[in-house]
Design a protein around this ligand. Structure first.
Ligand SMILES: *[C@@H]1O[C@H](CO)[C@@H](O)[C@H](O)[C@H]1NC(C)=O
Ligand SMILES: *[C@@H]1O[C@H](CO)[C@@H](O)[C@H](O)[C@H]1NC(C)=O
Ligand SMILES: *[C@@H]1O[C@H](CO)[C@@H](O)[C@H](O)[C@H]1NC(C)=O
Ligand SMILES: *[C@@H]1O[C@H](CO)[C@@H](O)[C@H](O)[C@H]1NC(C)=O
Ligand SMILES: *[C@@H]1O[C@H](CO)[C@@H](O)[C@H](O)[C@H]1NC(C)=O
Ligand SMILES: *[C@@H]1O[C@H](CO)[C@@H](O)[C@H](O)[C@H]1NC(C)=O
Length: 253
């Protein structure tokens, strides 16, 4: 009787371990993927028809003498909450920018640079600042002006005290993973496969400084690997203990 029990126990133990490993993996992945933060509004925003990831565009800004002074390569997705004129309820809209339809412009000054992207009735402005003492730059402002079909009127979302995309003069800032940048309560910008250099451009991107997310990404395989190794050990131990017990006449569950 006990040999039969043993044979049933071992596979179910292995399946349990596998499920545990999968759930650990999912937990880890969930930690890294920016979770969808739905702002607490009175009426829950209608769930948006989420488009796929946006296409990556290349946007350059040239200075008055036609020298490229800002380089940007990124896919952009806008997440906007607004009160729909048709339903009177707060709705959330997720929109991708389409590089082929985007017109880009901007300006470069010694300690500030802007990139302006316009597609249809949407204008998105990035403002970068350079601290010439520390030679560090960052994305200090984002402004979205949008007139979407169901908006009652053109709406502007602006934040000039941001601190995103921190990089060193002469280097580019890179973030391959999707990153969600919260701008205001009702607007956040999702960036994909991003590389920017707002200052000190010398023909092409300087050496890349990667975002935390990309660095963290390297940790996941290590953590998962370690967790799996521990689980394998547990399974082997459980098997050995189970075998000893069944020899001794115990029935494990
Ligand atoms: C444009 O950039 C180049 C290279 O940095 C510089 O030599 C030139 O003076 C700039 N032009 C203006 C009008 O700032
Ligand atoms: C705009 O409102 C109409 C109803 O008037 C609705 O059918 C449509 O889905 C809405 N569009 C968006 C983008 O929410
Ligand atoms: C842009 O806005 C105008 C006026 O608000 C509207 O008539 C037009 O349909 C909009 N275009 C798009 C592509 O949303
Ligand atoms: C620039 O960096 C220096 C050194 O890190 C810091 O003391 C200063 O406050 C910064 N200036 C601005 C305008 O942020
Ligand atoms: C602007 O961004 C900062 C930093 O993310 C945030 O603390 C602040 O509340 C934002 N301001 C507005 C008007 O949303
Ligand atoms: C932007 O600049 C880069 C590097 O100078 C160049 O390879 C690329 O073709 C430019 N793209 C556009 C759209 O001008």
């Amino acid at each position: 009787m006990s040999p039969i029990i043993r044979k049933q126990n071992t596979p179910s133990g292995a399946i349990f371990s596998l499920l545990l490993a999968l759930s650990i993996h999912q937990t880890l992945t969930a930690d890294v993927t920016p979770s969808v933060v739905t702002p607490e509004t009175n009426s829950p925003p209608a769930s948006p028809a989420t488009p796929g990831p946006p296409e990556k565009g290349t946007y350059n800004v040239t200075n008055a003498t036609d020298v490229v002074c800002l380089l940007a390569r990124m896919g952009l997705q806008l997440k906007i909450n607004f009160i729909s004129s048709s339903s009177g309820k707060t709705v959330q809209e997720v929109l991708n920018l389409h590089p082929s339809l985007v017109k880009s412009s901007g300006s470069c000054d010694p300690d500030s640079a802007t990139l302006i992207l316009t597609e249809d009735n949407i204008t998105l402005t990035f403002s970068f600042s350079l601290n010439s003492t520390s030679d560090k730059y960052h994305l200090s402002g984002l402004e979205l002006s949008a007139a979407l079909p169901n908006m009652t009127k053109r709406t502007v979302f602006r934040n000039t005290t941001l601190n995103y995309m921190v990089g060193t003069l002469g280097h580019s800032y890179m973030c391959q993973k999707e990153k969600s940048l919260s701008v205001t309560q009702d607007f956040s910008l999702n960036t994909f496969q991003l590389q920017v250099q707002p200052f000190g451009v010398n023909g092409d991107f300087g050496a890349a400084e990667e975002c935390d997310l990309d660095e963290d990404d390297m940790l996941i395989p290590i953590i998962v690997g370690a967790a799996l190794a521990v689980l394998v050990l547990i399974v082997i131990l459980a098997y050995l203990i189970g075998r000893n017990r069944s020899h001794a006449g115990y029935q494990t569950i």
